[in-house]
Design a protein around this ligand. Structure first.
Ligand code: 5GP
Length: 116
């Protein structure tokens, strides 16, 4: 499953391409999705370029927890008090297109279940 770790998200981290960044700390970055699937659609990424969730290792456990807590923080700051969805597309069947682990935060409308 492991693929190159240099992606468009690496360029966003390095500010080589623009992004609407809503949160940053030493471990994580959050920015608005360029093709939003809901009124609020934010992506949270680790600065460490783990290609997919399937590539995460036990040494990443604190980082993975930090990503979820960052998602919670970003969702609250975005005003999603009625709820939201957190998605990690993983691998080809999971619909992952950017091979840098990322957490989608979707909200601002009633979301359907199951997803397609
Ligand atoms: P995936 O399909 O891999 O789970 O999600 C990748 C997401 O990254 C997609 O929702 C896509 O719209 C978003 N995306 C891809 N390229 C860019 C970009 O250059 N800037 C931003 N802000 N989002 C991007």
């Amino acid at each position: 499953m492991s693929k190159t770790t240099e992606t468009i998200f690496s360029k966003i981290i390095r500010r080589e391409i623009p992004a609407d960044i809503v949160y940053e700390d030493n471990l994580a970055l959050a920015f608005k999705d360029i093709h939003p699937q809901a009124p609020i659609h934010i992506i949270v990424i680790p600065k460490k370029p783990i290609p997919t969730l399937a590539d995460a290792e036990s040494q990443d456990h604190a980082l993975l927890g930090h990503l979820l807590l960052t998602a919670k923080r970003v969702a609250k700051e975005a005003g999603l008090e009625k709820g939201y969805r957190v998605v990690i597309n993983t691998g080809d069947d999971g619909g992952q297109t950017v091979h840098h682990l990322h957490v989608h935060i979707l909200g601002g409308r009633q979301l359907n279940w199951p997803p397609g």
